[in-house]
Write a protein that binds this ligand. Sequence first.
Ligand SMILES: O=C(O)CCC(=O)C(=O)O
Ligand SMILES: [Fe+2]
Length: 595
Amino acid sequence: MNLNDFNITHDSFKCKLKELILSAQTKAEKLQTISDFNELVGKIDFESVKNSLNAVQDLDLHVQHLLLNKDDLKSHQKTTERIESCLSKIAEKLDSETSSNDSIKSLSESIQHLHDQIDAFSNRPVVQHIPDSSATDHVLEAISKQLTELCERPQVSAPPPPPCLTQTLPSPPKLIRPEHHMAIHSSKDNFIDTDLELELIAFFDSCKDKFKSEGDRQCMTFGEQYKYTGSRSSATPQLIPPVLQSLMDKVNSEYCTEGQPQVNSCLINRFIGPDSSLPMHSDNELTIHPESFIHTISLGASCTVSFVTTSDDSETHTHVCQPRSIYSMTRQSQEFFRHGISKGSIRAGTRYSITFRSVSFKNRNSTCILGDSNTCGLKFGVNPKNSFGSWMPGKQIFTPVISDIDPYQCCGYKNVVIHCAINDLKSDEVKNMADIRRLFSLYVNKIECIQAVNPKVHVYVCPPLPSKRAELNKKSLYFIRLMREELLPSNFGVTFVDGFDGFLDQAGLLSQHLSKDLNRYQKPDYLHLNWKGIAKLGVLIRNTVLLRMNGGNDRRSRRSRTPWNNKHPSTGEAEGYAGAAANGFSHNRDGYQSS
Ligand SMILES: O=C(O)CCC(=O)C(=O)O
Ligand SMILES: [Fe+2]
C-alpha cells in the first residue's frame, strides 16, 4: 500500500504546489508557501505509521486465528490478551499523536488536512522579507524528493494480502525423471541352461488347456493371484509346480537380497508366430510391491520388447530377449514407461515368457510417510504392537522441511502421507502471512508433483502439530487455514488427517502428557512427541488411511469394534497402531522413540 491508494500522488502534490507558487505574488510569498508546505510534510511521522501497520498486521493475524477457533476461545486466552494489548497500543498512539498519523485512516485524514492547508495558503498575507529565488528551487526539490520517497515507500510496511480463495497457485515445475528410473534395470543372457529351458517348455506344452487367450497371446498364472486389466488366467491361479518353484527360488536368491521383496507370483505368456503380440502397457497394478522388481525369463523363439515413455512417447527403447535370458524392471519404472511386443517381432515358432512379481492385495494399502522427527518414531512392519501392522505396509522418508520432498520417492505407493511444515514454519525467516503463503505454495506444488508422477496415489496431509510456543502455533494455524480453504476444495486427491486437536492442552499448546520435557541437549523441548504422542499420531494416520481405503466404512463387525480394536474380523490378524490406542498405549515403549 502507498499513498497512491488514497489518490494522493507525488504529482498531485507537486502540481498543487506549482500552482500555488505561480499564483503567489512575490518571491517571499512563494517561499513562505513552500516552507509551510515542507513543514507540514515533515510532520508526517513515517516511522510511526510503519509501526502501526505492523501492529495492525499482528492484530489481523490474531483475528485470523481466532476465526479458525471460534469454538475454543477460552483456550486462547493468551491470544485475546495480546490482541487487547495491541488494540490499546494503537489507541494510545492515536491519542498521543496530534499532528502526525498512526494509522492508514488518520494518515489519510491528515493528508486531506494538508490539502486544506495548501488551499488556505493562497489567501495568506504577503511576507515582507524577500529571499533569493534559487533557494525556492532547492526547497521545491527537497519536497519533491520527500514526496517521491513517500509515494515509492516499499510495501514492507504494508500488511500482507489477505488470503485469497480464488488465487491460482503456481503450476508445478516440469519434472525431470531421475536417471535410475530406466526402462530396463538389468538383463542377463543364459540365466538358465538349455536343460532347464527344455524342461520348462515341455511342462508348458503339456498345460495346453490351462492357458487362456488374452488378445493375440495365451496366459497362465501360478502362485499369488495377480489381476490386471483384461486378465483371464488370474481367475484360477494354480499352486506353483516344483519346476517353477526352483526357478522362483533362483530368482529370489539372486535378485531379491538385502530385504528386497521376494517374488511370489508367476505369469506365463505364450506367443505363437508373427501374429502374436502384447499391447503396450505398464505393470503398475497396486498389488505389486512398490519397491519390488519384475523379472521376465524368455524361452524358445527370440523377440524384441519395445519401451516408450508414458508422458509423451518421446523416448523409446528396445530390448532383444534371447532364449534363456532374463530382464528386470522396477515397479517404479512402470510409472514412466510402457512396454509391449508388436506383431512380427516373433518371426517363427513359439516363445514362452515367465514373469515373476511380488504381489499381495495388502499392497493396495501401501503407504509412504514423508515426515519430520515426530514421524521418525513410527514403524512399518508386521508386529502390531509397535508398528502399523501387515495391513498397512509401507516406508517412511525423513523430509524435515518441505523442500526435502522428492516426489519420485513416492512412486508406486497408493497412499502418501505428508507430515511436515513445522520446521519450515519455525524458521525465523517465516515472519508473516505472506511468508506462510509462499511456503504453502511450495507445499501445494510438491503435492501436485507427487500426483503427476504417480497418478493412482492418494495424498493425506497432516496439519503441523501444535507446539508449546503460542507464536509458532499462530503460524501453524494460518498454514492449516490455507490447507483447509485452498488445498482441500481444489484438490480432490487430498485428504486431511483430522484429530490433531487431541494434542492440545487447555491453553492451546502441545500437551505435556504427549510430549517430551527435555530435548537431547537437556533443554526444554517444545515440539517433540513422547512415545504416547507418537502412538497417538500413528493411530490418527492409520485410521485415516485405512478408513478411506475401506470407502469410509469401518467394515469390522460391531462386536469387535471398540473405538478401533486390533483384530481384523476375517483373519483375526492384529492391525497395528489402532490396537495400541484402544489399549491405552500399552505397547512396548522402545517401539515409539523418536529420533
Ligand atoms: O513377455 C514379455 O517379455 C513381457 C511380458 C509382460 O510384459 C507382461 O506379462 O506384463
Ligand atoms: Fe508387462
